[in-house]
Design a protein around this ligand. Structure first.
Ligand code: BJW
Ligand code: ZN
Length: 243
């Protein structure tokens, strides 16, 4: 079990508002690949070929092949001890906002509520013609591409590079960061903006910053606590502090 600093535990017990930002690393122990780490997607593919609007215009079949594969992976695996611990922490803490860059919906599946999805989700798709956003079950597949009932082509309901994040979600996330006493950055390389701004906003507003990651990131020098290790191993112990 991880040995936590007494000062950190006291701070957690006294905190009235907690904000948590998660990234692909939170789902790594579920068996989902991350983007940038060893075994990550960007080790074998170029982000520009899969996660940009230009890639989708150029080769929608290829992009959909990747997202179908990832949907299947999400269905084949389950939330892990890290997701469960965060949901439990939310039940115990006075006020805990969970902000995620993940598109797998594992936080919600583990019981977390009011999750702010900054980069959309894998489950839904959006019609390029009528704008309707619905779950995959309503897609009409033809030659490797999903269509809407209106006939329009559908795209994954995620946020690609160069696209703006959903405005309401981003606003809620900024606010949670500015108002919290403690901000956790968990399982994210802290490289992709504007999500990567959040811990800095929180820090500037006076919050304590706690980072959980097996590797150092550009955020690490700014973190008040760097808990080096896997989220699924560290978080279950940390839950005890919230009671
Ligand atoms: C563990 C673990 C375990 C392992 N336990 N941890 C130059 C400067 C600044 C900004 C820009 C710039 N050029 C372009 C930009 C903007 C760009 C950006 O930030 N680029 C940077 C890469 C430089 N951002 C955008 O384009 C965003 N939009 C935007 O800014 O709009 C305004 C605008 C419009 C037009 C022009 C310019 C600006 C949109 C970003 C969208 C990101 N989309 C993706 C795909 C989403 C859909 C999908 O899933 O398919 O989001 S890319 C990918 O990266 C995904 C992730 O959410 C995101 C972040 O990655 P994450 O989650 O941090 O994962 P990894 O793999 O990077 O890290 C995993 C971490 O876990 C590692 O640290 C491991 O060590 C750790 N880990 N096991 C705990 N067990
Ligand atoms: Zn439509």
């Amino acid at each position: 079990m991880h040995n936590f600093d007494a000062k950190l535990l006291a701070l957690l017990r006294g905190a009235s508002r907690v904000a948590i930002l998660t990234g692909a690393g939170i789902s790594a122990e579920s068996g989902l690949p991350t983007f940038r780490g060893p075994g990550g997607w960007w080790r074998n593919y170029r982000a520009e070929d899969l996660a940009t609007p230009e890639a989708f215009e150029r080769d929608p079949q290829l992009v959909w092949e990747w997202y179908r594969h990832r949907r299947a992976q999400v269905q084949q695996h389950l939330p892990n001890a890290g997701h469960t611990a965060l949901a439990e922490m939310q039940r115990r803490a006075g006020h805990l906002t969970l902000i995620t860059q993940c598109v797998d919906r594992y936080h919600q599946q583990a019981g977390a509520r009011g999750v702010i999805e900054l980069h959309g989700n894998l489950i839904e798709s959006r019609c390029l013609q009528c704008g309707a956003q619905t779950e995959g079950a309503t897609e009409i597949w033809r030659e490797g591409l999903p269509y809407c009932a209106c006939g329009g082509l559908r795209r994954p309901a995620v946020v690609w590079f160069g696209e703006s994040l959903p405005g309401a979600a981003l606003q809620q996330a900024f606010r949670a960061a500015e108002e919290c006493d403690i901000f956790f950055s968990i399982g994210t390389s802290a490289l992709v903006y504007p999500a990567a701004h959040l811990p800095h906003l929180a820090r500037d507003a006076g919050a304590a910053i706690v980072e959980i990651n097996p590797e150092k990131t550009p955020l690490t020098p700014q973190a008040h606590w760097f808990l080096q290790g896997r989220a699924g191993e560290i978080l279950p112990g940390l839950v005890q502090a919230f009671s």
